[in-house]
Ligand binder design. Structure first.
Ligand SMILES: [Zn+2]
Length: 124
């Protein structure tokens, strides 16, 4: 817990910390000023009391969860970009053409025509 919360030049003393409450200093959505979290401190961590939301381990777990979700979403978005989908189809077509050129007709399970149809957006 801090000695004081929300201290600034216009209110240098701020508000004294309440040792029964969560130690987190929170800000209203305006971002102006700050105050001690009004929830009861129920979890002890790093020698301080925290509410369930602000306990450092919970804050870290939540941040990592959000980051993992964001990463998965952005990877899916990139993979599904039309340019990447087209590139994947072209690479598949190239593999078939290369296989034909080297005398092998069993490149993957698609024929070159299938790959080209997929490239054009039709039935593969
Ligand atoms: Zn809190």
């Amino acid at each position: 817990m801090r000695e004081r919360y929300g201290a600034w030049t216009g209110n240098p003393k701020g508000t004294p910390g309440n040792h029964e409450l969560c130690s987190e200093s929170v800000s209203p959505s305006t971002g102006w000023n700050s105050y001690q979290c009004s929830r009861k401190g129920i979890i002890e961590e790093n020698g301080e009391l925290w509410c369930k939301q602000h306990a450092p381990a919970n804050v870290k777990a939540k941040r990592e969860k959000v980051r993992a979700e964001w990463k998965a979403k952005s990877e899916a978005r990139i993979a599904n970009q039309p340019a990447n989908v087209r590139r994947a189809a072209i690479e598949e077509c190239l593999a078939v053409v290369e296989a034909i050129e080297t005398g092998s007709v069993t490149a993957g399970n698609r024929t070159c025509a299938d790959a080209i149809r997929a490239l054009l957006g039709g039935e593969a």
